[in-house]
Design a protein around this ligand. Structure first.
Ligand code: NAI
Length: 294
């Protein structure tokens, strides 16, 4: 079975879309970038060029590979420009209605055998696919932030997904050196289900004033071997992304108390104290570096 995608598109070129585009280009695919916000796709192309320049200057990428990667990027002006793509990865805002609208529009322009996937963290793959004419060519394709470093990618089959689509995605994932993991279409899939407990429990511990944020992070790193503590991770992901995911998983499991989101993150989100990207989260950031209390 053919696994490679020759011409991929990324719709939504924010934090995740950029990383996904980087992987697809490094695998050798031509990559089309589209974003609803004017200038965002071109901005992503420029940022990726800088990333490859940096890798080259560090000796991690040779000049020919750097040039080939840059030349594989294309900026799309509209969804129509994606007509010739055989894979479209959507990484836009986490809203079912908006994602369904984009996929319906894509189905109008894309070839019948092209594969459509969503990087959703918390929505049901089956529910997104319900809006499509050809739900069998649709799957979840869930990356983690930062995409180049986080090597696991969940491949999620919805109720109607053709298993061959998942196999093809798994093969493509291996082509850029990541590890595909098959997941069921259950709330949070595997990682955001199994891993969520650490975050919610750490928030409970902090809420009960057993230990502060920095102490919890230090303990989980030094004693438990985590690379990032739960509060560092929430700062990196940003609460405008992760708090709605916590709410979504909680509601999808019919208000199961284990998954109840925290009033701490709700309040911080309301106050705009969402994490590293705004310089203010559980930690304060100066020039991108966390100011960790002694
Ligand atoms: P982001 O906010 O950095 O980027 C989203 C981009 O989508 C923006 O550039 C925005 O202009 C664009 N966009 C919004 N609506 C659009 C539309 N209708 N058509 C085209 N472009 C549109 O968001 P981020 O963090 O990259 O997340 C994107 C998706 O990836 C979400 O579904 C999120 O749940 C998921 N995700 C996020 C992770 C994270 O840690 N940030 C991890 C895994 C999945």
């Amino acid at each position: 079975m053919q696994t490679f995608f020759k011409r991929a598109a990324v719709v939504g070129t924010g934090a995740m879309g950029r990383g996904i585009a980087q992987m697809a280009a490094q695998a050798g695919a031509e990559v089309w970038l589209f974003d609803a916000q004017a200038g965002a796709a071109a901005g992503a192309r420029d940022a990726l060029t800088k990333t490859w320049d940096t890798l080259q200057s560090k000796g991690k990428l040779d000049a020919a590979a750097r040039d080939a990667n840059v030349q594989r990027l294309r900026v799309a002006e509209s969804l129509q420009d994606l007509a010739g793509c055989d894979l479209v990865v959507e990484a836009i805002v986490e809203r079912l209605d908006v994602k369904q609208t984009v996929f319906k529009q894509l189905e109008e322009v894309i070839a019948a055998d092209a594969v459509l996937v969503s990087n959703t963290s918390s929505l049901s793959v089956t529910a997104i696919a319900a809006a499509l004419k050809h739900p069998q060519r649709f799957a979840g394709y869930h990356f983690f932030n930062p995409v180049p470093l986080m090597k696991v990618v969940e491949v999620i089959a919805g109720l109607k997904t053709d298993p061959a689509v998942c196999e093809r995605l798994a093969g493509f994932t291996r082509a850029y050196g990541h590890t595909p993991v098959s997941a069921q279409d259950t709330p949070g899939f595997i990682v955001n289900h199994a891993g969520r407990g650490y975050g919610t429990e750490a928030l409970r511990v902090a809420g009960e004033r057993v230990a502060d944020f920095a102490t919890m992070d230090r303990i989980l790193k030094d004693q438990m071997g985590f690379r990032l503590g739960p509060f560092e991770l929430m700062d990196l992901t940003a609460l405008d992304v992760s708090h709605p995911v916590m709410e979504s998983i909680y509601h999808q499991y019919y208000e199961e108390p284990r998954y109840r989101p925290s009033v701490i993150t709700a309040q911080r989100l309301a106050g705009g104290v969402v994490g590293k990207k705004v310089g203010d989260g559980f930690y304060k950031y100066v020039d991108g570096a966390a100011q960790v209390p002694p």
